[in-house]
Design a protein around this ligand. Sequence first.
Ligand code: AR6
Length: 179
Amino acid sequence: MNSRLEILVGDITQSDSDAIVNAANPTLLGGSGVDGAIHRAAGPELLEECRKLHGCERGQAKLTRGYHLKARYVLHTPGPIWRGGDKGEAETLASCYRSCLELAAEHGLETVDFPSISTGVYGYPLAQAATVALRTIMAFLDTHSLPRRVRMVCHSEEAAQVYRQTYNMWFAGEKPDRL
Ligand code: AR6
């Protein structure tokens, strides 16, 4: 595994990284899944700040403070809704990861944790989402020194297994000095 990328099982609301990513919707006004959990853990101040952002397009990202979270910031990104795979879903999903990483780097953030964007309510098949997520993150880390560390925080061991297998499929053969 790349020393700057980790795949683990956990609850992202408990993360003490500089920023956690929220799999949001375009209103940025909360919802179910990881979005609901992040808003509950951060407290009502997060919703107050989100109201001032006037939403966010799918594939883009916006930054807020983390309030009662251990993480100092939240990167909110609305992912694509899965509609069969030929409606630009992969491009939009890659753009979510890239936008969050760009914003994190711009703000000098060293550590960022992602949930598996779009693979819950939005129905994106997990293995396909893992491929897009890991290839986008790895390409970004290859060309940027920040963030120093990125973690995929999966909500189940099964999901983490899919991410690990996908990582091994695409990157196991890479030379260590490129990782
Ligand atoms: N920590 C880490 N991962 C989690 C957690 C958690 N606490 N809770 C859920 N997951 P979803 P989406 C995983 O549905 O598909 C909301 O209503 C979960 O197992 O949260 O992008 C928004 O407002 C899954 O693998 O996000 C949008 O309307 C992954 O997080 C919509 O859902 C994403 O599942 C976004 O749907």
